[in-house]
Design a protein around this ligand. Structure first.
Ligand code: ATP
Length: 238
């Protein structure tokens, strides 16, 4: 479904990705892991079209994305939970969801937005209770739910999650991962970039470990978690 081949990207003289290749099949849950500065966010930005890449290829559902805009990628089914959530703090939960749908789909028929919103509120009853509340006053966990809910307004087939656990308590990290797992159960392919390596691998099918812009290890989650060298170097366990 997503195939990244020999991707090079960076910021001026800084080469953040130095030949990254990976693939994600439809229905999979794949974790992208690695220490600070490894290139996880850069990879997510390149996939979403927020950052142009210099060489390599990114194909989604068989089509090259290099010359497509972010909006076009979202229309093709890429959903995004951006780093830092990027909510509209002054606006209500409801308005954030409506704007998410307009920005992502260009939906102009209010009734279809209402239907979608009802579906999303069924998944996140807490957001329904708080639909009139300003997004900026939500707790960290609720704000993260809203970021997920907003992405779902565009009915994505793949969700790209960029460090969603940042700033969340351990309990909310567990809740968040359970939510992502249940979305996978509904047929949405999940790509999760996170520093929380072990927690991510417990829910993911497979993982890629990045370090200084390169893939240094890949495999099924269980195999990665059992590898003594990886445990010590990247997973924070002995
Ligand atoms: P973290 O977990 O700390 O967010 P990461 O794996 O997501 O790390 P990136 O944010 O992709 O890492 O950063 C990869 C490299 O690119 C780092 O060396 C970083 O300093 C650099 N970098 C990231 N954003 C920029 C930018 N806007 N301008 C210049 N350099 C950048």
């Amino acid at each position: 479904m997503l195939k990244v081949t020999d991707l090079h990207a960076g910021y001026g003289a800084i080469k953040a990705l130095k030949g990254v290749s990976l693939s994600v099949e439809a229905g999979e849950f794949v974790a992208i892991l690695g220490p600070n500065g490894a290139g996880k966010s850069t990879l997510m930005k390149a996939v979403l079209g927020v950052l142009k890449f210099s060489t390599g290829s990114i194909r989604f559902k068989g089509e090259e994305l290099a010359s497509t805009t972010t909006v076009e990628r979202i229309r093709r089914g890429l959903g995004v939970i951006p780093e830092g959530r990027q909510l509209f703090a002054e606006m209500s939960v409801r308005e954030n969801l409506v704007l998410g749908a307009y920005a992502q789909l260009g939906v102009t028929i209010p009734s279809s937005i209402e239907e979608k919103m009802a579906e999303v509120f069924d998944l996140f009853p807490r957001l329904r209770e708080r639909r009139q509340q300003a997004a900026g006053t939500l707790s960290g966990g609720e704000a993260q739910m809203l970021a997920i809910a907003r992405a779902l307004m565009a009915s994505p087939t793949m969700l790209i999650c960029d460090e969603p656990s940042v700033g969340l308590s351990p309990k909310f990290v567990r809740d968040l991962l359970a939510i992502l797992q249940s979305l996978r159960g509904r047929g949405i392919t999940i790509v999760l970039a996170d520093q929380n390596a072990i927690a991510s691998l417990r829910v993911a099918d497979r993982g890629y470990i990045l370090d200084t812009g390169k893939v240094v290890a890949t495999g099924y989650s269980k195999a990665l978690m059992e590898d003594p060298a990886l445990r010590a170097a990247y997973l924070g366990i002995q």
